[in-house]
Write a protein that binds this ligand. Sequence first.
Ligand code: GDP
Ligand code: CA
Length: 321
Amino acid sequence: MQRIVVLAGGIGGARFLRGLKSAVPDAEITVIGNTGDDIHLFGLKVCPDLDTVMYTLGGGIHEEQGWGRAGESFAVKEELAAYGVGPEWFGLGDRDFATHIVRTQMLGAGYPLSAVTEALCRRWEPGVRLLPMSDDRVETHVMIDDPEGDGRKAVHFQEYWVRLRASTTAHAVVPVGAEQAKPAPGVLEAVAMADVILFPPSNPVVSVGTILSVPGVRDAVAAASAPVVGLSPIVGDAPVRGMADKVLEAVGVESTASAVALHYGSGLLDGWLVDTVDAGRVAEVEAAGIRCRAVPLMMTDVEATAAMAAEALALAAEVRA
Ligand code: GDP
Ligand code: CA
């Protein structure tokens, strides 16, 4: 049986995983999920990227939106607002609240996040092993200009992304706590035992980059015997969805499919897929020592996504040979 490890963020990672499962239903898939986006709201621990993967693969996702639950209502949010209790910019629905309550209760009882995630997945049966990158708290912060002063200030990633819609320049992206964090149980083992390691079209800075910032993870991926193949989240010099260009700018990387590949580098990547519209960038990636192909990379439906996953696995087999 093929063992596949995927380093995943939220929407891009989750949608890719659905295609991957469809392409190789018998594979044993371990997902290392980003927890840098986690935030405490109303006393509850919210893990947006883990939940997006869990709901998407478990059939509970709001399909059009890409995050949150289908058939959601917002009575709790409205009641909190009536008390004047915010933030109101983070949309937690009633069904979603239940997940965060269960998670917070279990964490309070002393279970590590990895065990809590496993317990939540018992309900959703995502068909993959979903591991948080770490059981330790890591919170991505973004340095922005302080409108009230002449200096800069750090805001939580969700405040930058959701409240500010990345409308102001990100000067730096800092995974606070990462230096002291340890990979969650099973993470390094899964990477070492993998037959293939995939970077889905997830955000290279605040999703895959944050996972790689947990000490030991980057080295384990670089040292793994398995080929590492990534798929570009940048198509036609822009993110397909969202504002990844803003955080790429913060780390000095252009928003092109080739610049992202070079940012990961040949020390990490063996193969890279760009979209057919970026075929002109293949040579640049190959010149950097990364095998590269141009194939359709739009996850319009499960079939198209499964075809992308199959291309990634084919490229992995090619670099292994
Ligand atoms: P987030 O945590 O919800 O932001 O999700 P991820 O980090 O997993 O993925 C976000 C990235 O997915 C964005 O940079 C998008 O450009 C990328 N993305 C979304 N849909 C597609 C798609 O259909 N094709 C490709 N190639 N990338 C996509
Ligand atoms: Ca995310």
